[in-house]
Design a protein around this ligand. Sequence first.
Ligand code: PMP
Length: 369
Amino acid sequence: MTCDVFALANVGVQGLHPYQPGKPIEELQRELGLDSVVKLASNENPLGPSPVALAAAQTALKQMHLYPDASGFELKKKLAAKLGVSENQFTLGNGSNDVLDLIARAFLSAGSSAVFSQHAFIVYPIAVQAAGARAIITPAKNWGHDLVAMAAAIEPDTKVVFIANPNNPTGNYLDSDAVSAFLAKVPEHVIVVLDEAYVEFAEVADFPDGLGFLAQYPNVIVTRTFSKAYGLAGLRIGYGVSSPEIADLLNRVRAPFNVNIPAMSAALAVLDDHEYLRRSQQVNSAGMAQLCAGFNELGLAYIPSVGNFVAVELPCDALPVYQALLREGVIVRPVGVYQMPKHLRVSIGLEHENARFLIALRKLIEEGC
Ligand code: PMP
């Protein structure tokens, strides 16, 4: 190509860096000559799929020659009944990532800004930048969102505020009073996204009911996903709940067939698999306790987390530890890109997976990191 294709791209896109995917597990296993590898890197569900969701997805594959239902009629009906809202309040996404992107595309452009916190979910800066808008990043407080600073940072051109609750990669959460006080301060023409990807794991009494804010604050959008507690990460399905007016706008930007047939069928099925959700939560809290006890024994600090992962702080740079763990067949996530160079984010796995990680980590710490 003779022309400068980079110069042709939108200015916002020019500032983006390519996503760095990890190596496929099989490839890594072959390279390391190991029989097994443990992946605790992407906050996936360690239980494997719900059997009923798997069966539903397999049956749905018989319709692979057809386009999916572009309206997601059945799933919206079921979610509406479960969550106590109306069908016209939903926006279905190819993962909740897709919904976050739709929000950015619908509300942000050059000349507008979005507020989010330092150490918040990495997709916010990407979506904001790709839309050509300005990012206003507020300093974190105790590794979490400082909602007072975030409210104060809103400028006349601010259209969207992104809040991850619980936050990834830190795992901490904002309680009900803090979110209420924040919403009362935000001008009504600013959209507030409450990103609740990990809400099912946040079993703490003062965790806010994000959906409960919708009646009083029509500028709120709650985003949720089937990727985590419901174990459907690979099928890509999530959703937004908002006022019907906001949902209408987001659905105008949405690609009509953005959610595929097996994903919708599996989501419908897993919503009835209460036992799977219960086990996911139970395995998560047991695994969290196991990892935190291990960190305490090693004298390592960690950020108390209500998600399905925990960020542990090392006495040294985390990157070489990540690489050394990889050689032991344990994949975790370094979070230097989040300005946390001494932390590793570890997803909660099954008991034996957590144990393998802790043993490998102990060895490295004892060797002096
Ligand atoms: N929000 C947060 C805070 C996340 O951590 C993630 C997943 N890493 C997502 C949204 C998006 O998840 P998905 O697209 O799989 O629904």
